[in-house]
Design a protein around this ligand. Structure first.
Ligand code: ADP
Ligand code: MG
Length: 480
């Protein structure tokens, strides 16, 4: 397959649905919190009763504008809502209110790892409910299905990219950055596994050098970043095989099965005209004043890219900066620590080292531990003042995460403060030398790298408490 891959260029465009974190639904007063009793958030509007009218949730519009601005989009002065007709058992009205030709955001882009990816548009729409396939054998062989309409009417922002991506890796990078953005601006949880962010990948291939795109297949049901990459890779090979055998790729929607590691045809893909879009008669077109846009722009928090760049300007490596930004809880924690004036270098060593390891091991988020930014800053100041060594710091940080104790309390209780008293260190150093006469002779005969051995012994004797600089100096003095 590898050789054949060289003959073709891959074209990918993503449609990403982000569930907006509003308190209530986009056109109804029901709550949209996840995990409620099935069908408990179902007003007559959600149920599609005759005669009810949708009322637009302003917060959903605010979030749409904020996201658009973060994605470098234009926010047109006017947008409108349209009806998209299709029948689903979990869509009681028989149509979805969406936006067709006048979406809330247009003409944006995102720079992802040096590559610019166009964003055609982003539009607001309502989500459908959920079908729960029940009965005899669970999923595939179920004998009946249940409908839960709690999710019906939850606000979604559908973000449509240009077909600008050329590999599964670029698609993944784009998707990850998009997720970072919606999380940092607070409009979406960005949880792929729970479906609060969903991605349809449109994929086609064309002979290298060709200007005309091939027919695309749309892949649904990818629930993780790695699944997205796997699904795209599979689909590229599938399409190459069809074309190599003289066949034609058909425009269709395919489902990714992450267990079987393959896509399966779900249905022929409709064209826009099949949906019979028309302007939603129950909602006025929406005018978005420039003042409104400015008001929202003023609330824009620091975006992930700017955050990474700021961290790098503080001396973090690109890798460290990216890893921290990828985990929003850690980044916000780090920002607090910086605000309190701690040294970025020492803070990063703790965050990327002991703290990250502990979080990984316990599967906790930083905010679920008892460590506060203030306490980490205190610990760092003890190290900077030479009250404790870096090593002692590493030993006590886990306890600080577990029970919230201040570093100074642990140091005092366990007598961990650094020994800088040269008299005391001299005594121990002399003892170490006396106990290792062979090494002393070797050192004196020129094997100076043995110094490390002696330092280690002194550190062991003092349980890591001796001031390393003083130990070095004193040992050199004794060993001559
Ligand atoms: P639909 O709603 O029918 O899926 P959209 O216009 O909303 O249509 O989405 C089309 C998506 O498919 C966009 O992300 C676009 O970049 C992508 N796309 C369009 N043509 C191709 C193609 N030939 N190959 C790959 N992706 C494509
Ligand atoms: Mg689509």
């Amino acid at each position: 397959m590898e050789d054949l891959r060289d003959k073709y260029e891959v074209v990918i465009g993503l449609e990403v649905h982000a569930q907006l974190k509003t308190k209530s639904k986009i056109f109804a007063p029901d709550g949209c919190e996840f995990g409620k009793e099935p069908n408990s958030e179902t007003s007559p509007i959600t149920l599609g009763m005759p005669g009810v009218l949708p009322v637009l949730n302003k917060e959903a519009v605010n979030m749409g504008i904020l996201t658009g601005l973060a994605l470098n989009c234009e926010i047109p002065e006017r947008c409108k809502f349209d009806r998209k007709q299709y029948f689903y058992p979990d869509l009681p009205k028989g149509y979805q209110i969406s936006q067709y030709d006048e979406p809330i955001c247009v003409n944006g882009y995102l720079n992802v790892k040096g590559k610019r990816i166009g964003i055609t548009r982003a539009h607001l729409e309502e989500d459908a409910g959920k079908l729960v396939h029940a009965g005899a054998d669970g999923l595939a062989g179920s004998s009946y299905s249940l409908v839960d309409l709690n999710r019906a009417g939850t606000p979604l922002l559908e973000i449509v990219s240009e077909p600008d991506m050329r590999s599964s890796e670029e698609a993944r990078n784009y998707m990850e950055e998009l997720r970072n953005i919606v999380r940092y601006i607070g409009v979406c949880d960005g949880n792929l596994e729970e479906g609060s962010m969903r991605c349809d990948a449109n994929i086609s291939i064309m002979p290298k050098g060709s200007k005309e795109f091939g027919t695309r297949a749309e892949i649904k049901n990818v629930n993780s970043f790695s699944a997205l990459q796997r699904a795209i890779e599979y689909e590229i090979d599938r399409q190459i095989e069809i074309v190599e055998e003289g066949g034609k790729v058909v425009q269709e929607t395919r489902l990714w099965d992450d267990n079987a590691r393959e896509t399966k045809s779900m249905r022929g893909k409709e064209d826009a005209h099949d949906y019979r879009y028309f302007p939603e008669p129950d909602l006025m077109p929406l005018k978005i004043s420039r003042e409104w846009v400015e008001e929202i722009k003023a609330k824009m928090p620091e975006l992930p890219q700017a955050k990474r760049e700021r961290y790098m300007s503080l001396g973090l490596s690109e890798y460290d900066a990216s890893v921290i930004v990828e985990q929003m809880g850690l980044a916000l924690f780090f920002d607090e620590v910086l605000k309190l004036g701690a040294s970025p270098k020492i803070a990063v060593n703790f965050i990327m080292g002991e703290i990250a390891a502990y979080l990984k091991e316990t599967k906790l988020e930083i905010e679920e531990t008892k460590l506060t930014p203030e306490n980490l800053v205190e610990l760092i100041s003890l190290i900077e003042k030479n009250t404790i060594s870096n090593n002692i710091g590493k030993q006590i940080i886990v306890d600080m995460m577990k029970d919230g104790t201040k570093a100074s309390e642990i140091v005092e209780k366990r007598g961990l403060s650094q020994i800088s008293d040269t008299g005391a260190i001299k005594e121990i150093a002399q003892k170490v030398c006396d106990a290792n006469p062979d090494q002393v002779t070797a050192y004196k005969n020129g094997k100076v790298q043995l110094l490390g051995f002696f330092v280690g012994q002194v550190m062991k004797e003092t349980k890591g408490r001796a001031n390393p600089k003083a130990v070095n100096e004193i040992l050199k003095e004794i060993l001559g």
